[in-house]
Design a protein around this ligand. Structure first.
Ligand code: PLP
Length: 442
């Protein structure tokens, strides 16, 4: 599918053709390729605040935010200054450094985890967390939910089997059946399925892993008490509750997704994973949890886990500076921007007669465009997220892109706002919405 555009895109198109010759699909992470919406991805030359500039000189208000990390906006002067100073001191030593301690202390102060270990990606964080859960419990089975993405860990790249309480099938070629034989995939928000799986396999389950509030099927909120129920069910059966906050951590609220329910209801995950915002746009991620569990990691304990660049001084400096700047005022601003944009998008879609749902999790939101006549009142799981009208989203996306607004190039994603989305950026988005809504209706 080619997408009409009134903007120059020759340089992006040329780079994409060259990239495709030397890199599969022309991209280094699949969703960047515009496969779900058609057309040519824009190659970005620079970014400042809320704005991206592509190699053809087009400017866009960015509502992707590098898929979450850029809470403060792009090239925040204090983050850049701190990173430049860190780079000038050397980029990696392979020894312990002070920024790692400071960032770990900041994470411990904001979340219920008592100790953390850094990794370079969210994928490594979830992979390490489930290894630790298996090591700690001496059990093998991992329970996850359909539509939750935890990175490209073999055991977690699994699809639901045919029955509810059956073991999973690999979600991609290259993952052997044996890698997912110990993974069970359940429908999200389905307490009965969780109870059934624990009734049948409870003594084999090492952990339940879930996104704190799923964002990888679009924002799908846990029904009230669902995370608390998972925590209690795990505790009752001697399994661990792993809350994946790679996306929501330090983003949905100051205390992440946990700030939306756990901090209010008083439950605590056994292990948590973090990434994105805590790296400030550089590769840093972490997993953490109860002190006794984390003490099982090598070199203190027997569960092996490591990384050449883990806790890298430049990345941890970027993350530390970002978190220190992410004050209550920042979250209030990002929240207000999310409200303004999501309400305006909903109004424009309503005006154009496009059925849709807006779902929010703190500062994060998604807009699900539905088929005419759809009776869906909320998206509660992956099956319902699949009821979106994908051609309508593709038309909406391209109309917004042509008007200078870069939305996520997939209907199953979060729209990310930042502290740098000021009045000018927000008004630019609002001005683009009515025509894009009409395009979605066509
Ligand atoms: N967990 C969640 C909830 C995510 O959203 C992601 C990435 O989007 C990951 C894990 C994997 O993180 P990374 O892409 O840094 O490996």
């Amino acid at each position: 599918m080619t997408a009409p555009t009134s903007r120059p895109t020759a340089r992006s198109a040329d780079l994409f053709a060259r990239a495709s010759a030397v890199t599969p699909g022309g991209v280094n992470s699949p969703v960047r390729a515009f496969g779900a919406v058609g057309g040519t991805p824009r190659f970005i030359a620079s970014a400042q605040g809320a704005w991206l500039t592509d190699v053809d000189g087009n400017e866009y208000v960015d509502l992707v935010g590098s898929w979450g990390p850029m809470l403060l906006g792009h090239a925040h002067p204090e983050v850049i200054e701190a990173v430049q100073a860190a780079v000038a001191r050397g980029t990696s030593y392979g020894t312990p450094t002070e920024p790692e301690v400071l960032l770990a202390e900041e994470i411990v102060a904001r979340t219920p985890v008592e100790r953390v270990r850094f990794t370079s990606s969210g994928t490594e964080a979830t992979m390490s967390a489930i290894r630790l859960a298996r090591g700690a419990t001496g059990r093998d089975v991992v329970v996850k939910f359909a539509g939750c993405y935890h990175g490209h860990v073999d055991a977690l790249l699994a699809s639901a089997g045919s029955g509810l309480a059956t073991f999973a099938v690999p979600g991609t070629p290259g993952v052997p059946q044996s890698a997912t034989d110990l993974t069970m995939v359940l429908p999200y928000n389905d307490r009965a399925a969780v109870e059934r799986v624990f009734a049948e396999h409870g003594d084999r389950i090492a952990c339940v892993i879930t996104e704190a509030t799923p964002g990888n099927m679009g924002v799908v909120n846990p029904e009230p008490g669902f995370n608390a129920f998972l925590a209690a069910t795990c505790a009752a059966h001697g399994a661990l509750f792993v809350s994946d906050e790679v996306m929501t951590g330090f983003r949905a609220t100051k205390r992440g997704g946990w700030g939306l329910d756990g901090a209010v209801e008083g439950w605590v995950p056994d292990l948590m994973t973090f990434g994105k915002v805590m790296g400030g746009g550089l590769p840093a991620a972490a997993f953490g949890g109860r002190a006794d569990l984390m003490g099982l990691l090598s070199p203190e304990g027997p569960v092996y886990q490591a990384g050449t660049l883990s806790g890298n001084p430049v990345a941890t400096t970027a993350g530390l500076t970002t978190l220190r700047l992410a004050t209550d005022e920042v979250y209030a601003h990002v929240d207000a921007v999310a409200t303004t944009i999501s309400e305006a998008a909903s109004a424009a879609l309503g005006e154009a007669g496009v059925p849709h749902l807006v779902q929010r999790a703190g500062t994060m939101f998604s807009i699900f465009l539905l088929e005419q006549g759809s009776t869906l009142t909320a998206v509660r799981d992956f099956d319902e997220a699949g009821r979106q009208h994908l051609p309508a989203y593709a038309a909406f996306f391209h109309a917004m892109l042509d008007a200078g607004v870069h939305l996520p190039p997939s209907a199953y994603e979060v729209w990310f706002c930042s502290a740098a989305h000021d009045e000018r950026a927000v008004q630019h988005v609002l001005a683009a919405l009515p025509a894009a809504a009409r395009a979605a209706a066509a």
